[in-house]
Design a protein around this ligand. Structure first.
Ligand code: NAD
Ligand code: UDP
Length: 317
């Protein structure tokens, strides 16, 4: 297949590029580097089946015929989308529409990276795909949540009115190597803080929960979904649920760090709990995650240690 991936220079887009290239496909990566970076694709510089175009997908684009479009472009970390609020709304609306136009034009398959954030601060636990969510449409997080909810409506419209073969994954908190060390997400923050011997910043009382999925498990679920007949959203995530305090403890154990905890204010509308019901993915994709939080943290450690030593080297230079 000839595949186009938007957001290819980001955390997930770069791993998806690797997976599809390893299967023998040809990949065109598109990214405007707003939250991603070229370093995530540096290892592909001599890969003849990979091509990269720097482009903002809010501007229409046509890079020639493709068989499949994976749409991953969007700021994704809360500090990232809070800083780039209008850009986030635009890429989740105009950007998604431009990507869908490419799929429609070339009769290509389409998979959109949606999010558990569509459930907002959920009143149903765990969250199944049939739950419509509890989102504040005007709070600070609305730039992300509502762009992602609008994008789901847009994808369904291209499926229903234009007959595009579309798919949507609702991704739950995913981590691993290439998660940006400074983009503010909890696993990257805690790992970098623990490795630097700085206090781990726990927001609120740390009793809120998240369910963390290792990147390889997620990518496997996404690839399976892309080859299925399912057009409605499918949750992909690890249903093992941890409080943020438990997550901090796991990071301290895996790193062997003696860092203390520092409690800071809880951000506005921070969801109190999140855990995917993955029955649908198990049933229609035969998928479930294999890697525990402890194993995933161990697998991620080398990447974050490298980032730490290169940032220390830069400071000492
Ligand atoms: P990321 O920030 O590492 O990657 C997103 C990429 O999109 C970046 O490289 C960025 O530069 C690019 N981008 C943003 N706006 C663009 C534009 N207008 N044109 C071209 N490129 C643009 O984040 P990620 O974690 O890899 O997330 C990828 C996708 O998965 C996002 O759509 C995100 O909403 C979704 N998602 C991720 C998670 C997670 O836990 N990682 C959870 C839920 C949903
Ligand atoms: N969080 C925290 N300390 C940090 C970063 C995040 O306690 O340094 C909390 C945050 O308040 C949230 C959870 O960890 O409850 C997950 O945050 P993240 O930004 O990774 O993703 P979210 O699920 O909120 O999109």
């Amino acid at each position: 297949m000839h595949v186009l991936i938007t957001g290819a220079a980001g955390f997930l887009g770069s791993h998806l590029s690797d997976r599809l290239l390893s299967e023998g496909h040809t990949v065109i990566g598109v990214d405007n580097f707003s939250t991603g970076n070229a370093g995530n694709l540096a290892h592909l510089s001599n890969e003849s089946r990979f091509r990269f175009e720097e482009w903002d997908i809010c501007k229409p684009f046509d890079l020639g015929p493709v068989d499949y479009v994976f749409n991953f472009a969007s700021p994704a970390s809360p500090p990232g989308y809070l800083k780039l609020g209008i850009e986030t709304l635009r890429v989740g609306s105009i950007g998604v529409e431009n990507a869908l136009e490419v799929a429609s034009r070339y009769n290509a398959g389409f998979l959109h990276a949606s999010t558990s954030e569509c459930y907002g601060d959920p009143l149903q636990h765990p969250q199944s795909e049939s739950y419509w969510g509890n989102v504040n449409p005007v709070g600070p997080r609305s730039v992300y949540d509502e762009s992602k909810r609008y994008a789901e409506a847009l994808v369904m419209a291209y499926h229903r009115y234009r007959g595009v073969n579309t798919h949507m994954v609702r991704i739950f908190n995913t981590y691993g190597p290439r998660l940006h060390p400074d983009d503010g997400r909890v696993i990257s923050n805690f790992l970098m803080q623990a490795l630097r011997g700085e206090p781990l910043t726990v927001y609120g009382d740390g009793g809120q929960t998240r369910s963390f999925c290792y990147v390889d498990d997620l990518i496997d679920g996404i690839v399976r979904l892309s080859r299925s007949n399912e057009a409605l959203p499918v949750n992909i995530g690890n249903p093992n649920e941890f409080t943020i305090l438990e997550c901090a403890q796991a990071v301290l154990e895996v790193t062997g760090s003696k860092s203390e905890l520092r409690f800071e204010p809880l951000p506005t509308d921070d969801p109190t709990r999140r855990k995917p019901d993955i029955t649908k993915a198990q049933t229609i994709l035969g998928w479930e995650p294999k890697i525990s939080l402890r194993e995933g943290l161990e697998k991620s450690l080398g990447f974050f240690k490298n980032k730490l030593s290169s940032s220390t080297a830069a400071v000492n230079h």
